[in-house]
Design a protein around this ligand. Structure first.
Ligand SMILES: Cc1cc2nc3c(=O)[nH]c(=O)nc-3n(C[C@H](O)[C@H](O)[C@H](O)COP(=O)(O)O)c2cc1C
Length: 180
């Protein structure tokens, strides 16, 4: 496989993927939603089980209900789109890994398509059960998050206690051949 002609640009863009919590009101066109779902579909999973179902949510009322599950995700109400990741609920640890993989692909895919994405966790067991009721997801399935998507207004965290950005430097987080 050849190195992409614009590999450096792609790497720079991947490193710029941030959690977006504030969006312009513009709708995400249907063909872009389909592209995002294709990106999700092609994610690798444990033993290729593809243990997921995706719910593309554009209904304002549904987005608002999800946003009210807990205050740290109130910003979801302002997103024009969210994709809920529903897992089979058969193998919790491998499906959690698969969920992380699909989530990051959506985040990177969004950036490539000129959008921004934001992860929103539903919360504890009760809040997950409520999210399932809102989205008509059978109780035996696992559903704990949506990825909100839209055209970014800013990457500023609007919440009263914003999470600090930035990343640890390589020398703090990398060893070679053995740890330490
Ligand atoms: C497992 C997981 C759950 C998260 N849940 C939420 C959430 O419920 N609400 C929220 O605003 N951000 C949530 N985030 C986003 C993180 O706060 C974000 O990834 C982190 O602050 C880094 O953001 P940055 O890439 O913009 O620097 C979650 C991220 C992960 C990986």
């Amino acid at each position: 496989m050849a190195r992409l002609a614009n590999a450096d640009q792609v790497v720079t863009e991947i490193n710029k993927v941030r959690q977006v919590r504030q969006y312009k009101p513009d709708a995400v066109p249907d063909d872009i939603i389909t592209q995002l779902l294709e990106i999700a579909r092609w994610t690798g999973s444990s033993r290729n089980t593809q243990p997921w179902h995706f719910i593309a949510i554009t209904d304002k009322d549904q987005l608002s209900k999800i946003s009210q599950l807990r205050t740290p995700i109130n910003w979801v109400a302002g997103a024009p789109l969210a994709i809920a990741i529903v897992l089979n609920g058969e193998s919790l640890s491998s499906e959690a890994y698969d969920e992380g993989r699909v989530t990051e692909r959506l985040m990177i895919g969004a950036r490539i398509l000129g959008l921004g994405g934001g992860i929103a966790f539903f919360g504890d067991d009760e809040q997950q059960a409520e999210a399932k009721r809102i989205l008509n997801i059978p109780q035996e399935r696992m559903a704990r998050s949506v990825v909100a998507l839209g055209y970014p207004k800013t990457i500023k965290d609007p919440r009263p206690n914003p999470v600090q950005g930035g990343r640890h430097p390589l020398e703090e987080i990398v060893s070679y051949d053995r740890m330490g």
